[in-house]
Ligand binder design. Structure first.
Ligand SMILES: [Mg+2]
Length: 404
């Protein structure tokens, strides 16, 4: 049986925010790859992988569950976003190797396909209602059935410009302010407009990006009920998920939550009490295929569905891992789409093809995706990768930070 010989890491994208694990075995030519990307903590994750490597070098590559459990408790404290990402990268690589050894795609090893392709939802946005409508129609023409609708960027619809923000006289440098009431006014109006123009044919979602105070979040879910959303995403911040009980008591707007979750205690009550409808953990933040497979199975018995998170900072290997889970999970609900620049796709032979609103796996053994290390190296710009990245800060009129 093959053993782990070496763990390598590959950083790429110009700014180095994509990080991949390559698990090399003692068998000639046999290796696996996994995603360990973290836009904000790439170097930290890379160091953590180097720290964990001695624990598993020399182990049987086939012992995926045992290696997962071993890394999980290896630092005594667990369930943090960095170590989850380390686990995920190694876990995906081990599944990739297992598939290559078996001569089967990973989705076959997970029980085989229970769908022929993976339905995705698109991200439509616009600074005006007309722009948003045009963007939605463009995606509908491409073939998407489910489309996320946003007024501009994070918190769009809820911003007051400087002349209307009512800043205090000593206000900090700030050009606009997020305001719950503005959001409650504008987002229902957006859906009223869209349903008037598009009817109830397209399935629409909206992402609140956790910006509202909890009581206003409950109010928004209730106000949006007449517009029959496919789901309302990230209505509450992870600190306030107990408010989902009140949301359930007030309305039937379907709820999607989970891209910030890293600890099972965050999502277990939401699933087992049926307080959300879609769980949206990012596969590389949820501990990889091994752990997310368990989440998907749990969801099945409680009628909750999966909508594994993607988004602009994610990478094609994580997306492919999600596709394998989607193909083999009965609890699959929808997959968030992600697409990349041509020169980025070029690094990943076998990447999942996105066409007409569906992602397609391939029938190659393992994950079916590889990394061209030479091209990855050429794309990487060391001088840009020294920069630190932080999520943008939205603030209220008095300067208080809005938690994403
Ligand atoms: Mg979100």
């Amino acid at each position: 049986m093959a053993k782990i010989k070496e763990i390598q890491t590959i950083r790429t994208r110009e700014n180095g925010t994509w990080l991949f694990v390559k698990v090399i075995t003692d068998q000639p030519g046999l290796y696996g790859i996994g995603s360990a990307s973290d836009h904000y903590r790439a170097k930290t994750v890379q160091t953590a992988i180097e720290t964990i490597a001695p624990l598993i070098i020399g182990r049987e590559v086939s012992h995926i569950e045992d290696i997962w459990q071993s890394i999980y408790t290896s630092g005594y404290w667990r369930n943090d976003s960095v170590i989850n990402t380390v686990q995920a990268g190694i876990d995906m690589a081990l599944w990739d190797i297992k598939g290559k050894e078996a001569g089967m795609p990973v989705y076959q090893l997970l029980g085989g396909p229970c769908r022929s392709a993976v339905m995705c939802y698109a991200h439509a946005s616009g600074d005006t209602l007309q722009e948003l409508e045009d963007d939605i129609r463009r995606y509908m023409e491409e073939g998407y059935h489910v489309i996320r609708c946003q007024l501009g960027p994070y918190g769009g619809g809820g911003f007051l410009e400087a002349d209307k923000a009512g800043f205090p006289k000593n206000h900090w440098p700030q050009t606009r302010a997020f305001d719950d009431e503005a959001y409650l006014e504008n987002v229902p109006k957006m859906f009223a407009y869209l349903r008037d123009k598009l009817g109830f044919g397209p399935k629409l979602t909206h992402d609140v990006h956790e910006h509202l105070h909890p009581h206003n979040a409950v109010h928004l879910a209730k106000l949006l009920e007449p517009y029959r959303l496919f789901f309302l995403e990230d209505l509450l911040s992870p600190e306030q998920v107990n408010w989902y009980r009140l949301v359930r008591q007030q309305c039937v707007t379907p709820q999607a939550m989970g891209e910030l979750f890293i600890n099972p205690h965050e999502f277990l009550p939401l699933i087992t009490e049926r307080l959300i409808d879609y769980v949206r953990v990012r596969v590389s933040k949820g501990g990889g295929i091994t752990n997310c497979r368990k989440i998907a199975t749990l969801c099945e018995w409680f009628g909750v569905r999966t909508a594994w998170q993607e988004g602009g900072d994610n990478d094609p290997v994580n997306q492919m891992a999600a596709v394998h889970l989607d193909m083999a999970s009965y609890s699959f609900g929808i997959q968030e789409e992600n697409h990349f620049r041509a020169e980025e796709y070029d690094l990943f032979p076998g990447y999942a093809k996105l066409e007409g609103g569906y992602l397609y796996a391939n029938d190659q053994p393992g994950l079916g995706i590889d990394i061209d290390e030479q091209k990855a190296h050429e794309l990487f710009k060391p001088e840009l990768a020294t920069k630190s990245f932080f999520i943008s800060e939205d603030r209220r009129s008095d300067g208080e930070i809005v938690r994403p």
